[in-house]
Write a protein that binds this ligand. Structure first.
Ligand SMILES: Cc1cc2nc3c(=O)[nH]c(=O)nc-3n(C[C@H](O)[C@H](O)[C@H](O)COP(=O)(O)OP(=O)(O)OC[C@H]3O[C@@H](n4cnc5c(N)ncnc54)[C@H](O)[C@@H]3O)c2cc1C
Length: 555
């Protein structure tokens, strides 16, 4: 095979295929890679695939040396949104020639092309971009030396990760899987003692008519989380929870009307989301649902702390836990970051540091310029019998989980104060909304004050911050994300707001890919929407951030 001679002795080899089809060609390629003693350490296949929800889909693989990205987008859009250095390109049944320029932008010097069915115009367009064809065959070599995407230098694979909640544990897992040594530092003695400590978090995507950026991001995150969890053994098996489905009731007739329009577009896979009119929703629920609702059949709930433990269990000996160390500060000394405990003693050092510290980032000097808010939330815990026993998660302005381990969770409040204690007024708010949700004015009557308080870390646009952290003090008159000065070796995984369960897996995978210089698992438009430096540009432009459309999970 031409490709095997080309990939010999490489550390990483990236193949682009314009038609995944039934996956047979990719399967054969992976089999050939496995069988070749001189294979590259890592094979990355990026292939266009139809029949999925639009966007990039990273498919977890059993073989740690293989990555597969399926791009459910038209060729031109996929190439414009891709960030990768391609070593081998297979073009099958492509139309037009507009793809040639964006393809060349992604192609590594010396890359090979196999394109047996090009027309003259396509050949000419590719030739103009630097592909040199071997006679009349469809094989070509890429010989252009024009500057391409910047290449990430080989990293020193050791990171400090500050914070053992969903964000930090997910990153530890993705970095250890890539051979990194990770020192995970946490002020508390165990994982998930702050925002990630709730008994139940809900997972579901967002929908919108215009398929806006928050909708695309939550879809990508939700689908990646579902695939990763299935790969780990499944929700309810790998960790505590249930993929029992989520029914999101329409808020009113107007919301139902918009929902019907979204459903009528007919682009949504029914396994992803299904609009139910009132009779169907009521039959499923056993309760009134006068305006109908969206069913997310693969949604559900999970206990975030058990997800954290399951993720850390995959890390093996590459993970060092430094837990129970109190309030930690970070300091740059030469080429490394030092993590210091409250007494000033150095707990660990590494060239790369990642702040996965949730609302705690607000009190750290390095991140104090980021516009992060801590939003208090109180969840109410109800004993069996205090609320209807549901077959799935029900939500609207509030949510109610099915009972698990003798507790039903109803929540959650959204408060601006910093009171860490349970309070009766928040419980009253939860119970009032619960009664409206289940159409029962007596639900949770006389329920004792019980539950949990946590603080969400929230950015003004409600989207996470994923990537290298900006240096606000050095920002000057910057106009573009790529020109914003950054702290050397300092990254953030912050602002997971009310969707930590689904943000954590994809954000960790994205950051790990950025650190390694791998093809990214997400469209560039969406990567930019998560870039922590967006707030430097917004501060300069004086722009008002916009909140994403659609209901939040817990409000
Ligand atoms: C009431 C409520 C309801 C929610 N409902 C849902 C839901 O239904 N679905 C969903 O997906 N999400 C939900 N969330 C959000 C979800 O819980 C969070 O998005 C997620 O837990 C955030 O994870 P994290 O790792 O970023 O932060 P955290 O879990 O807060 O972890 C940060 C860690 O960093 C540590 N840390 C911080 N600073 C320091 C320091 N200086 N030194 C040492 N350690 C430090 C902290 O101790 C903490 O353990 C809810 C949150 C709340 C509060």
């Amino acid at each position: 095979m031409q490709i095997m001679a080309h990939w010999r002795d490489r550390a990483r080899y990236t193949v682009f295929d314009s038609a995944y089809g039934d996956g047979e060609r990719t399967g054969a390629l992976i089999a050939a890679w496995r069988a070749d003693p001189q294979r590259p350490q890592h094979l990355h296949v990026v292939a266009l695939a139809s029949g999925r929800q639009p966007g990039f889909h990273r498919m977890p693989q059993t073989d740690a040396g293989v990555t597969l990205d399926l791009l459910a987008l038209p060729l031109d859009t996929a190439l414009a949104e891709l960030n990768a250095h391609l070593d081998f390109i297979c073009l099958h049944a492509v139309a037009g020639s507009a793809f040639a320029r964006p393809l060349a932008r992604l192609t590594a010097l010396g890359a090979r092309l196999a394109a047996p069915a090009l027309d003259d115009e396509q050949r000419a367009a590719l030739t103009a971009q630097g592909f040199v064809f071997d006679g009349a065959s469809g094989a070509a070599l890429f010989a252009s030396r024009k500057p391409r995407l910047p290449v990430t230098p080989e990293p020193v694979r050791h990171a400090l990760v500050l914070g053992a909640g969903l964000a930090g544990c997910a990153l530890a897992a993705r970095l250890c899987a890539r051979g990194w040594a990770v020192t995970l530092i946490e002020r508390h003695p165990q994982v998930a003692m702050e925002a990630s400590g709730n008994l139940a978090g809900i997972f579901m995507p967002l929908l919108s008519r215009d398929d806006n950026v928050p909708t695309r991001l939550t879809r990508a995150a939700y689908l990646y989380a579902l695939r990763l969890w299935a790969h780990m053994g499944g929700v309810g098996r790998a960790f505590d929870g249930a993929a029992c489905g989520v029914l999101q009731l329409a808020r009113d007739a107007g919301h139902a009307a918009v929902s019907r329009l979204i459903a009528a577009d007919n682009t949504i896979d029914p396994d992803f989301a299904r609009w139910l009119e009132a009779p169907e929703a009521e039959a499923l629920l056993g309760l009134p649902a006068p305006d109908g609702g969206w069913l997310f059949p693969q949604g559900g709930w999970a206990r975030p702390g058990s997800v954290c433990e399951a993720l850390l269990a995959t890390c093996g000996a590459r993970l060092t836990r430094r837990f129970g160390v109190g309030e930690v500060t970070l300091e740059r000394l030469g080429d490394v970051w030092l993590a210091r405990g409250p007494d000033g003693a150095v707990l660990a050092e590494a060239p790369t540091a990642v702040l996965a510290s949730g609302a705690g980032a607000r009190s750290m000097a390095l991140t104090s310029d980021l516009p992060l808010q801590a939003l208090r939330g109180q969840v109410t815990h109800l004993a069996p019998g205090a609320a209807p026993q549901l077959p799935l998660v029900l939500c609207r302005e509030a949510y109610l989980t099915p009972s698990a381990h003798g507790v039903t969770c109803a929540g959650a409040t959204y408060d601006l104060d910093a009171d860490p204690a349970l309070r009766a007024s928040s419980q009253h708010e939860n119970v009032t909304r619960l009664r409206a949700l289940v159409s029962d004015p007596h639900a949770a009557d006389a329920a004792p004050l019980a539950g949990r308080v946590g603080f969400r870390c929230v950015a003004p646009d409600r989207l996470p911050l994923v990537g290298r952290l900006p240096d606000f003090s050095a920002a000057g008159a910057t106009e573009r994300l790529r020109d914003v000065p950054r702290h050397p070796g300092l990254y953030g995984l912050l602002g997971y707001a009310s969707r930590g369960l689904i943000w954590a897996p994809l954000a960790a995978e994205l950051l790990a890919a950025q650190l390694e210089g791998e093809p990214l698992p997400l469209e560039m438009t969406l990567v930019d929407a998560l870039d922590p430096a967006r707030f430097v540009l917004r501060a300069r432009r004086g722009a008002r951030p916009t909140a994403p459309a659609g209901a939040d999970i817990d409000r």
